[in-house]
Design a protein around this ligand. Structure first.
Ligand SMILES: Cc1cc2nc3c(=O)[nH]c(=O)nc-3n(C[C@H](O)[C@H](O)[C@H](O)COP(=O)(O)OP(=O)(O)OC[C@H]3O[C@@H](n4cnc5c(N)ncnc54)[C@H](O)[C@@H]3O)c2cc1C
Length: 415
């Protein structure tokens, strides 16, 4: 379907597609097997300037938005979910700095992230705080001109390879969820080290590490926004990043489907092409329909989001205030519900589609020599990270109920 892309957006898609097909696809199996970090590909993405596309020009960005980020991610995930995680996790680090950083923080960190000079990471999860981020145990105690951070964060994507980390720790444990704050921690800060590297089912080219903080002195200026606003920061970031997970899912699903169509067209059984069996054709049709529905929902909502974010970003930059404050001043809609919907829809679809693709290919689809099983392994995590799909459904339902309650209050007032 034609999504009315601008010339610039078409250029981004072409660049990302070229990297995906010429650079990523040929090495996807190698990095999946070795679990090495794909530095040569990160360099290709950096040279093509794709790290910059969603950041404002003032920081060396191209001035695009979530739409541009999703378009690039979708193309690259078609080739390999694991390799492209280095890109996705860096954008997840840039987002809280852009939305909640003060002018000094924006100037200090965003240009390197836009240039791809430093990779980023975002880590809220802890061994005892997964879906329930309010259970965060890491602490950050203010002592003079720095915070002393202690605790373990885990499952950090871009683990050891990132150089900038947005992390969450409690500055006031007595206040529970309202005591959690967000910080930027730079690699090399004394007291910040790396623990276990995870071995994973899928996205094996992506590194996933435990982060260890032992009396780590983080400068006071690295607090993002205000003390006690950490969960607020995380939610606002997820509102904008969950469409990106949907884009990853659509890429993975499309990649699996393309391989499957090519294979079943030439595979013959009972003297005819497997693609001539109606049972296979119906599965193909369902897969393609789900991908197109996901894409339509995704780009409809990212456009709506970019449209309302543009004036907030301009205001925040012009007035030297956090962009989140500009969003509040302009009453910018948050899209929490829609971001959850597109994440759930696209990632559940990707899991089903990659499962069906293995089925359509038969035994070969299950084998490591053939590319389809990797898409299936790479798809699974999309239903888990950035909030499991159960948590998304909880949030969507909660918002529906709240909306119904406020509508009924309004109706009573106007009656
Ligand atoms: C490969 C990988 C990379 C990751 N990268 C990062 C990263 O870079 N940064 C980061 O911060 N985190 C990262 N994560 C962590 C990820 O976000 C968490 O795994 C996820 O939020 C779920 O938390 P959990 O694993 O503790 O599961 P749990 O919270 O223990 O959940 C277990 C099950 O219970 C369900 N459940 C829990 N609470 C509820 C509820 N209230 N209602 C219904 N069901 C519920 C969940 O849906 C799930 O099915 C990564 C995870 C993986 C696997």
């Amino acid at each position: 379907m034609d999504y009315d892309l601008t010339e610039e957006q078409r250029g981004i898609v072409e660049t990302a597609r070229e990297i995906a097909q010429k650079k990523i696809k040929p090495v996807a199996k190698h990095y999946d097997e070795t679990e090495e970090f794909p530095w040569p590909i990160v360099e290709e993405i950096r040279k093509a300037d794709l790290f910059s596309i969603y950041l404002p020009e003032e920081f060396g960005g191209m001035g695009g938005g979530i739409t541009e980020l999703c378009l690039a991610a979708e193309e690259m995930y078609k080739a390999c979910g694991g390799i492209t995680m280095a890109y996705g996790a860096t954008s997840l680090c840039a987002s809280p700095i852009l939305l909640f950083g003060n002018p000094d923080q924006r100037k200090r960190w965003l240009p390197d992230l836009a240039a791809g000079k430093r990779l980023g990471a975002f880590n809220i999860t802890e061994p005892g705080a997964g879906s329930d981020a309010t259970a965060t145990k890491a602490t950050a105690r203010l002592e003079g001109d720095h915070y002393v951070v202690n605790g373990i964060k885990n499952f950090c994507t871009n683990g050891k390879e990132a150089e900038l980390y947005v992390i969450f720790a409690s500055t006031n444990p007595a206040r529970g969820p309202r005591g959690i704050s967000a910080f930027v921690v730079e690699k090399g800060t004394p007291g910040f080290t790396f623990g276990k590297k995870e071995e994973k089912l899928g996205i094996r080219a992506s590194s996933t590490y435990e982060l260890v903080f032992q009396d780590c002195k983080v400068p006071k200026e690295n607090l993002l926004y205000k003390e006690g606003y950490g969960l607020f920061v995380a939610q606002a970031v997820f509102d904008q990043s969950r469409p990106g997970v949907a884009a990853q899912a659509l890429g993975v699903a499309q990649g699996a489907l393309d391989e499957t169509v090519a294979y079943i067209r030439q595979r013959k059984q009972f003297g005819q092409s497997v693609s001539s069996f109606q049972a296979m054709q119906h599965m193909l049709a369902d897969c393609a329909t789900a991908i197109e529905c996901g894409r339509a929902l995704l780009y409809k909502m990212t456009r709506a989001m970019d449209k309302v974010m543009k004036p907030a970003i301009e205001k925040g930059l012009r007035e030297g205030i956090p962009i989140f404050d500009a969003m509040q001043a302009l009453d910018t809609p948050r899209f929490t519900k829609e971001a959850g919907m597109v994440k759930v829809f696209a990632t559940d679809a990707a899991m089903k589609i990659t499962t069906d693709c293995i089925q359509m290919c038969g035994g070969i689809g299950y084998m490591r020599d053939f590319p389809v099983e990797k898409y299936f392994r790479d798809a699974k995590v999309l239903q888990i990270y950035e909030g499991t799909n159960q948590i998304q459904r909880n949030e969507i339902a909660m918002m529906l109920i709240k909306e119904a309650a406020s509508k009924s209050r309004r109706d009573k007032v106007s009656a």
